[in-house]
Design a protein around this ligand. Structure first.
Ligand SMILES: Cc1cc2nc3c(=O)[nH]c(=O)nc-3n(C[C@H](O)[C@H](O)[C@H](O)COP(=O)(O)OP(=O)(O)OC[C@H]3O[C@@H](n4cnc5c(N)ncnc54)[C@H](O)[C@@H]3O)c2cc1C
Ligand SMILES: NC(=O)c1ccc[n+]([C@@H]2O[C@H](COP(=O)([O-])OP(=O)(O)OC[C@H]3O[C@@H](n4cnc5c(N)ncnc54)[C@H](OP(=O)(O)O)[C@@H]3O)[C@@H](O)[C@H]2O)c1
Length: 280
């Protein structure tokens, strides 16, 4: 017999804009063990099919070590038509419940190489929009574990208020700077893809979609490489990409020409350097 779905109750909701919000959930049975990068599947009564449940997956942004609540970073899909699930979710707040299925997914951190040796290469994490969510979980967990690998987080958004988790990421980068990048080597780069729009007035940081941060400029190095302090090669770097299919494709194009490859195109010894999760 199929196990009954468990109940997830909203305990906090923070709206960054009218279509972007952080939701924190209390999960029946407690926050289960999961791996950073996995997703939770939420269910609400199907708006068109009586008695059915409509399920949607959402990347978990909180680290697995946080047992008091699970956090998700969600966009209300409105174009070209209103998204079925998120339109219902947007009407809910603290105290409202829905069903959930336990975390799963393979977009997780590789700690060992296919030959079993430890993976020590830097991680370049590239998130478009809400695609930063799995990386916030990665980073929270790696920080707690005392990770010695260098981490370069690249986040892209259309508008400034859509740079979710910016304050936390700036704090983690400042902590790394203060430490001389010795025990915690973390760099955070953000890029705004519509810099000319009024809502982004005053932004003097990187401009362009997130992939522009890994494309070399006239110096021969990309902004991400400049932050890391050296050129990225398959010997020293791995990439994790989450976002629109277009973001994944653009980053892959930029780095595959430099010898990086995905698991599907793994080398003879099984090694590879790119993992991705796209929204289709
Ligand atoms: C592994 C994974 C993790 C994810 N993590 C997150 C996350 O962390 N945060 C997040 O916000 N989302 C995430 N998503 C996306 C999420 O699962 C949903 O797909 C998203 O919230 C939209 O669901 P919806 O039911 O509101 O929209 P849907 O009703 O499913 O519609 C989806 C899109 O299609 C469009 N559409 C619908 N019908 C039509 C039509 N007839 N013609 C043209 N266009 C149409 C809608 O306008 C909308 O843009 C994730 C997806 C996956 C696969
Ligand atoms: N794990 C997952 O699979 C996952 C995780 C999170 C979210 N999602 C889903 O993805 C959808 C969109 O995410 P979002 O709302 O977070 O994105 P968004 O805020 O609309 O866009 C984020 C960035 O991506 C750029 N972009 C838009 N379309 C693109 C394209 N086709 N190719 C390359 N870049 C593009 C935008 O640039 P411009 O300013 O130029 O448009 C912007 O800089 C949401 O509906 C969400 O449900 C899936």
């Amino acid at each position: 017999m199929k196990a009954p779905d468990l109940k997830a109750t909203i305990t906090a909701r923070e709206d960054l804009t009218d279509s972007l919000a952080l939701f924190r959930f209390d999960l029946e049975g407690g926050v289960p063990d999961f791996e950073p990068g996995q997703f939770l599947t939420l269910g609400l009564p199907h708006p068109e099919k009586e008695g059915k449940t409509l399920f949607r997956p959402y990347s978990i942004s909180s680290p697995p070590e946080r047992k008091e609540a699970m956090e998700l970073y969600v966009r209300w899909a409105q174009r070209p038509v209103l998204g079925k699930f998120t339109t219902m979710l947007w009407k809910l707040g603290v105290g409202d419940s829905m069903s959930y299925k336990p975390p799963k997914g393979a977009f997780t951190i590789e700690h060992t190489k296919p030959d079993g040796s430890p993976e020590n290469r830097r991680m370049v994490l590239i998130g478009g929009g809400t695609g930063i969510a799995p990386f916030v979980s990665f980073i929270g967990s790696l920080k707690k574990a005392g990770c010695q690998r260098q981490i370069v987080l690249c986040h892209g958004a259309s508008y400034l208020p859509e740079l979710g988790y910016r304050k936390e990421m700036l704090e983690l980068a400042a902590e790394s700077d203060a430490d001389g990048h010795n025990n915690w080597d973390f760099h955070y780069l953000a890029s705004i893809s519509r810099p000319q729009e009024e809502a982004n007035a005053g932004w003097d940081g990187h401009a362009g979609r997130v992939e522009s941060l890994v494309i070399p400029d006239e110096s021969g190095l990309s902004a991400a490489e400049q932050a890391a302090g050296e050129a990225f090669t398959p010997e020293n770097t791995t990439f994790y990409i989450c976002g629109f299919g277009g973001t994944v494709e653009a980053v892959r194009q930029a780095v595959e020409s430099r010898g990086f490859c995905t698991k599907k195109e793994a080398r003879e010894d099984g090694s590879y350097d790119i993992k991705f999760e796209s929204y289709g």
